[in-house]
Design a protein around this ligand. Structure first.
Ligand SMILES: Cc1cc2nc3c(=O)[nH]c(=O)nc-3n(C[C@H](O)[C@H](O)[C@H](O)COP(=O)(O)OP(=O)(O)OC[C@H]3O[C@@H](n4cnc5c(N)ncnc54)[C@H](O)[C@@H]3O)c2cc1C
Length: 391
């Protein structure tokens, strides 16, 4: 098999890259180790930055998002039993975000790829990337029990944190930067209308809680739990009781309960691999970097990376100059580190570490007070939340 761009992984990064290349007249093959149903049902992110929304529309993949997605103009911060709304458009010159689940983004992109794009092979597991330093890198993969080779001009590893692309880089090349947090998120999906029409980020002495949503009738809620927690330790009543406590306000706000349809625990990690390119092998999305989900940046960073790669390859095709491909890693990393910073700030602002002292509790409250009382501090949060511009 032969193609211009071999893409490993059909998460948001791999699927969007295939779509952008197709629109630019560049052929690609996507290899995905899981089956289609698994990829379409894997519950993950749900907040699309303004820039991501614009990219999906421009790629012809925004029709259902515009019909079914929920535009959000702000979030609520809750602390000390008080509420403070951050108004995004007022603070950023009109920017906002869209609530549209990653599962739906993937479904839309898969349908488009199968209808209009190049090959997308499910249950095709990449085993290794070979000869990344040469002109013809190869991906060895296994599809339906048979080993095969994909010859490419470029390989893009969009295979997530646990994929093989990053591990195919020569040992000792590059550096990793990592922080693992001593807490996780217990996330639930519940068949109940969201109790608030915007996301609520709550800082509480018992730990962080987040109220989010997937649709007007499905709520997505999260609780900070100790790292290593098993979701089955948490019965449904216990989850609702704990959420209620952490969201409690002085004005008697009520949390609506409903049947819980899904429960899972997500560990919290910050991770960056530098550089994001070696020879003709490029890393994009979670394959290169991870953020804790507090800033809602993971999916949006993946989008930024593949837009940068697609533009760079188009530029090379049009002008013969590889300057943008050569700048890929540095271009992406500028944005990645801003998202790492923001995700870290939001995480440490809102979560209670197991060894937190009263002094640190007071500092958290002071940081929240500052956001609630200073337009400059609030603008900083709103600008980062709605997204950093694509270079
Ligand atoms: C449990 C969980 C919950 C999350 N929640 C949030 C959230 O609430 N908000 C937020 O912003 N972000 C969240 N994230 C992060 C966000 O979902 C990711 O940043 C986003 O999925 C990155 O997209 P990606 O395409 O880079 O990687 P992925 O979505 O991980 O896609 C990688 C793909 O590669 C495939 N693959 C792996 N290995 C191989 C191989 N060897 N061969 C072929 N295919 C392979 C995988 O099956 C997968 O389909 C969450 C992540 C996780 C893991």
């Amino acid at each position: 098999m032969r193609t211009t761009v071999g893409i490993i992984g059909a998460g948001p990064a791999g699927l969007l890259l295939a779509r952008l290349l197709h629109r630019a007249g560049i052929d690609s093959v996507v290899l995905e180790s899981r089956d289609r149903a698994y990829v379409e049902q894997r519950q993950r992110a749900g907040i699309l930055e303004q820039g991501t929304v614009d990219v999906l529309r421009a790629a012809g993949a925004g029709e259902r998002m515009d019909r079914e997605g929920l535009p959000h103009d702000g979030v609520e911060l809750r602390f000390d039993r008080r509420r403070h709304r951050v108004d995004f458009p007022a603070l950023t010159g009109g920017r906002s975000v869209m609530v549209y689940a990653q599962t739906e983004v993937c479904k839309d992109l898969i349908a488009l790829q199968l209808k209009e794009g190049g090959p997308l092979l499910f249950e095709a597991e990449a085993l290794a990337v070979e000869d990344a330093e040469g002109d013809r890198p190869r991906v060895r993969f296994r599809h339906e029990g048979v080993e095969d080779v994909l010859e490419c001009d470029y390989v893009v590893g969009c295979d997530g944190f646990w994929g093989i692309a990053r591990g195919s880089l020569p040992a000792g090349l590059g550096r990793t930067f990592e922080r693992v947090y001593p807490y996780s998120w217990l996330g639930i999906l519940a068949d109940v209308a969201p109790s608030h029409d915007e996301l609520v980020y709550a800082r509480h002495d018992r730990g962080f809680a987040l109220l989010s949503m997937r649709s007007p009738s499905v709520s997505r809620l999260y609780l900070q739990v100790p790292a290593g927690t098993d979701a089955e330790e948490w019965g449904d009543e216990r989850i609702w009781d704990e959420l209620e406590r952490r969201f409690e306000t002085e004005d008697g706000w009520r949390l609506a309960r409903g049947p819980i349809t899904q429960k899972s625990v997500t560990p919290m990690r910050s991770f960056v691999h530098e550089p994001m390119r070696h020879g003709r092998l490029f890393l994009a999305g979670d394959a290169a970097h991870i953020v804790p989900p507090t800033g809602a940046k993971g999916l949006n960073l993946a989008v930024g990376d593949v837009v940068t790669f697609a533009r760079a390859l188009e530029h090379e095709r049009r002008t013969g100059s590889a300057e943008l491909l050569d700048a890929y890693s540095a271009t992406c990393l500028r944005r990645v580190w801003q998202a790492e910073r923001f995700s870290y700030d939001m995480t440490t602002l809102l979560h209670r570490a197991p060894d937190a002292t009263e002094f640190e509790d007071r500092l958290q409250l002071a940081r929240l007070e500052r956001i609630a009382s200073s337009r400059a501090a609030e603008t900083d949060l709103a600008e980062a939340y709605t997204g950093f511009p694509l270079d």
